[in-house]
Design a protein around this ligand. Structure first.
Ligand code: ATP
Ligand code: MG
Length: 612
């Protein structure tokens, strides 16, 4: 029999996994363990009855006593007086009954555990996603999408299915083995202890020979799978570039190499549990032969046969339990390694709370929201960088004004917008929107701020669902969507589509033009009739005429609505109330169009270049 010391596992990791479960879940696991212990006693009872039956059979054949324990046990069960035939039938039938009962109950509880674990798996995945999305934007994009998908899918499955479920099975098997060991000690203490030591030694030897390899293989497998998925999605996303360059073959070769590597890891991972299985199988057979040899050598054949039959009966329960134990220990080790990326995520999310459970309902009134912004000595440095990207910016945007940010690429404009929107937390300084911090303002007045990013994301869904992104489309009136489309100069286009609002846009907006994607982003930002709208290069893909039409409809909003515009094309910002020229994270100059032109040579040159 084998007892495993769990100290060789990374106990801290196991603890982390168990802490992912709620308190009542951990209590349930304990309950499962207690039930399994009781089931182990049923097994022991079965083994003991078979052993007794064999002993009596021999006694019948030899007309001699088959050992004190059997007589004592029969006495105990008040079965002594029964004829041998009846006694045998009673004992064997009872044994069969207990074995079957134990198996049926085990199957029943296993099913419940597995179902319950699947639910926990889903809950933990969702909770991790909720926490992941409750972090600053730079953290969100710090790992590839494929990596993050693995963390909350495959990784969590390995943690819950691979670690928790297997730990329960391991604990149950350990209890079973312990109970049978105690039972066998009663029959023959020396043989039992000898067997116990031999199997423990084999189990440890196997574990030490295999566990390091298992860990390396599984960890490599996890990272290589992430890389594989990443390459496939990159291959699809960069199809145009690859096609034109003749670069598709490189990608396919890279993907092939990765997949071949994965295949070799996979083959080894699948083979390793079999090494232990066959070793244990052989050991059990050798063990029985050895016990028989010793028994026949040391004792008379009656006693030898009686003891051997008990051990044989026990081995039918012990061998599968040991094999399961070995394989599950390896499975836990594998899962802990395969879930390494998820462990890293869990560590990162330690202090992060989950998002609120209730969804935000669409609101277009924004009562008491005052569309003004104040930035005071704002500073920001990205966590993976040493250079300050925003270095002490202070400015006030009054309600209803049209403000623009211009300046060279990489100057820090988009970063400044992310700070204003609470997507990044400033290293120093204060931002207020309507006298609240950006995060509070967004929470208090959802939809009061509209934002069109530099790269508009298009969902793989209908026009309406895309415009309603983040809101339940069934709760949004079509008219609201049409209003937004009108502002973005998209009415005609959407009316020309089959199904209009229910026209399905393909992945990433591949069946739209660049300008249409951008205007969809604008319509999305305007859906809630926001009081502050921020456009980050949001009209760069439009032709001059369309850009003017869109800009005009947006600028009509000013007075009641504050408009913040980042633009490289200066024609749009000519009528701005204030233009800030941002370079190297600082406001270099500011003023109305002509004022800025007079003081900033670069700005003047650009305006001249554009013929303004
Ligand atoms: N997530 C990030 N991590 C580290 N550095 C970043 C990150 N995003 C941007 N940067 C750096 O911050 C600087 C400012 O970038 P930002 O996107 O704010 O410039 P920008 O003024 O919007 O430029 P553009 O006009 O080209 O859009 C750049 O040097 C950029 O490399
Ligand atoms: Mg930018």
């Amino acid at each position: 029999m084998a007892l495993f010391s769990l100290s060789t596992f990374k106990l801290t990791q196991i603890k982390k996994v168990l802490l992912l479960l709620e308190k009542k879940d951990r209590f349930r696991l304990l309950l499962v363990l207690i039930i399994n212990t009781m089931l182990a006693f049923l097994d022991l009872l079965g083994v003991a009855l078979i052993g007794m039956a064999s002993a009596i059979l021999i006694r019948g054949l030899q007309a001699q006593g088959a050992g004190d324990q059997v007589s004592r046990a029969l006495e105990l069960l008040s079965l002594e007086g029964l004829p041998q035939r009846t006694l045998l039938i009673v004992l064997v039938c009872s044994a069969v009954f207990f074995f079957i009962l134990k198996t049926i109950l085990s199957v029943y509880f296993l099913r419940r555990i597995l179902r319950y674990m699947s639910v926990r798996n889903a809950q933990i995945s969702s909770s991790l996603v909720s926490k992941m999305l409750n972090r600053p934007v730079e953290k969100i994009f710090s790992k590839s999408i494929q990596h993050q998908i693995y963390n909350v899918t495959g990784g969590v499955e390995r943690l819950v299915g691979g670690v928790v479920t297997n730990l329960v099975v391991i604990a149950s098997d350990l209890v079973l083995l312990l109970v049978i060991l105690i039972g066998l000690m009663w029959v023959d203490p020396l043989t039992s202890i000898g067997t116990f030591f031999v199997f423990t030694a084999i189990a440890f030897l196997l574990y030490f020979l295999l566990h390091r390899r298992v860990a390396i293989l599984n960890s490599n497998f996890a990272y290589q799978s992430i890389y594989f998925n990443q390459k496939v999605s990159e291959g699809i996303n960069s199809f145009r570039d690859l096609f034109i360059k003749g670069g598709r073959e490189f990608y396919v070769n890279e993907i092939r190499k990765t997949k071949m590597q994965l295949a070799s890891y996979d083959a080894e991972i699948k083979f390793i549990p079999n090494i232990s299985k066959y070793t244990i199988e052989i050991s059990v057979i050798l063990g029985i032969a050895l016990i028989s040899g010793i028994q026949f050598y040391l004792f008379d054949s009656n006693r030898a046969i009686a003891v051997i039959s008990v051990f044989l009966a026990a081995s039918t329960r012990i061998a599968p339990a040991i094999i399961r134990l070995q394989q599950n220990v390896i499975a836990v080790k594998s899962s802990l390694s395969a879930a390494r990326p998820t462990f890293e995520l869990i560590d990162e999310l330690n202090d992060v709370n989950e998002l609120a459970k209730n969804e935000t309902l669409i609101n277009t009134t924004h009562k008491d929201f005052s569309p003004k912004l104040a930035l005071n000595d704002l500073k920001f440095t990205y966590s993976d960088s040493i250079n300050e990207v925003v270095s002490g910016i202070s400015l006030n945007v009054e309600a209803g004004k049209f403000v623009a940010f211009v300046g060279p690429s990489g100057g820090g404009k988009s970063t400044l917008i992310d700070l204003m929107l609470g997507l990044l937390a400033p290293s120093a300084g204060v931002i207020t929107i309507s006298n609240h911090s950006p995060v509070e303002a967004i929470k208090k007045w959802p939809g009061a701020i509209g934002y069109v990013p530099q790269d508009v994301f298009i969902e793989n869904s209908t026009v309406k669902e895309n415009i309603c992104l983040g809101f339940n489309p069934d709760l949004v009136a079509d008219q609201l969507v049409w209003d937004a489309l009108k502002m973005a100069d998209l009415t005609e286009f959407v009316k020309s589509l089959e199904g209009e609002l229910s026209f399905k846009i393909s992945d990433g907006g591949k069946n739209l033009s660049g300008g249409q994607r951008q205007r969809l982003g604008i319509a999305r930002a305007l859906l809630t009739k926001p009081k502050i709208v921020i456009f980050d290069e949001a009209t760069s893909a439009l032709d001059a005429e369309t850009e003017n039409r869109v800009a005009e409809s947006i600028l009509k909003l000013t007075g009641e609505c504050t408009v913040i515009f980042i633009a490289h094309r200066l024609s749009v910002v000519r009528s701005a109330d204030m233009i800030y020229y941002i370079d190297k994270g600082k406001i270099v100059n500011q003023g109305r169009f002509d004022e800025l032109r007079a003081v900033n040579a670069d700005f003047n040159n650009q305006a001249n270049f554009m013929g303004i």
